[in-house]
Design a protein around this ligand. Structure first.
Ligand code: ADP
Ligand code: 5GP
Length: 193
């Protein structure tokens, strides 16, 4: 008889764009075994350096809408106009059934939705920038988005910051070294609970 596999837990990272959640998620994944990143589907264009099937499944708006119709998403959001992003049921099931833990990088609404669905099996982490000014500097320095995109992201950020208190943990990403340490501790505590 097969040994029952303990289902993996869920670790959700949300933040305004530019706060540093990709940086922290990448660090966490390199520091711990047994974590698997949930690759979302999205309809925005691929950025330089991004790889289909590694960073996202890049699909068209039409394909995205088909998947919504077929109920393939745990949650999805039109994060920016015509930029759809969604968590695939197939990703979450595959990873959890293997006993490994799922790591999500999703927007604030999506993060709170996943937390609501999975409750105590999920840890919702909010990554907070030290200030909106710092956020702007980081987006400029990252140089992946043009000025218009940056303005859209900053406008959304102000609203997203108001949801921080609804998360299980807030990590202030000012000093990156400290933020990495706090992230690792929060996740280890959660998984040992
Ligand atoms: P997000 O995934 O939240 O959009 P990123 O991880 O891409 O954010 O970080 C945005 C930019 O800020 C990147 O260029 C990254 O190297 C930089 N960055 C991340 N954390 C810090 C920090 N604590 N101090 C300064 N720059 C940072
Ligand atoms: P970016 O375009 O910078 O990669 O991502 C924009 C925003 O979409 C980020 O806040 C990111 O976390 C979010 N995002 C990525 N995947 C998903 C997803 O599957 N669902 C939701 N709701 N947001 C997502």
């Amino acid at each position: 008889m097969n040994k029952a596999v303990n289902k993996g837990k869920l670790i959700i990272f949300s933040a305004p764009s530019g706060a540093g959640k990709t940086t922290l998620v990448k660090y966490l994944m390199s520091a711990m075994d047994n974590l698997v990143f949930s690759i979302s589907a999205c309809s925005r264009k691929r950025r330089a350096g991004e790889k289909d099937g590694r960073d996202y499944y890049f699909i068209s708006v039409k394909e995205f809408k088909e998947k919504i119709k077929n109920d393939e998403f745990v949650e999805w959001e039109e994060v920016y106009s015509d930029y759809f992003y969604g968590t695939l049921r197939s990703e979450v099931q595959r990873i959890r059934n293997s006993g490994r833990h799922v790591v999500f990088d999703v927007d604030v609404k999506g993060g709170l939705n996943i937390k609501k669905i999975f409750g105590d099996d999920a840890l919702a982490v909010f990554v907070k920038p030290p200030s909106v000014k710092a956020l702007k500097q980081r987006l400029k320095q990252r140089a992946t988005d043009d000025d218009r995109e940056i303005a859209t992201r900053l406008a959304k950020a102000k609203n997203e910051l108001t949801f921080a208190d609804q998360f299980d943990v807030i990590i202030i990403n000012d000093d990156l070294k400290k933020a990495k340490k706090q992230t690792l501790e929060a996740v280890q505590n959660f998984l040992n609970r």
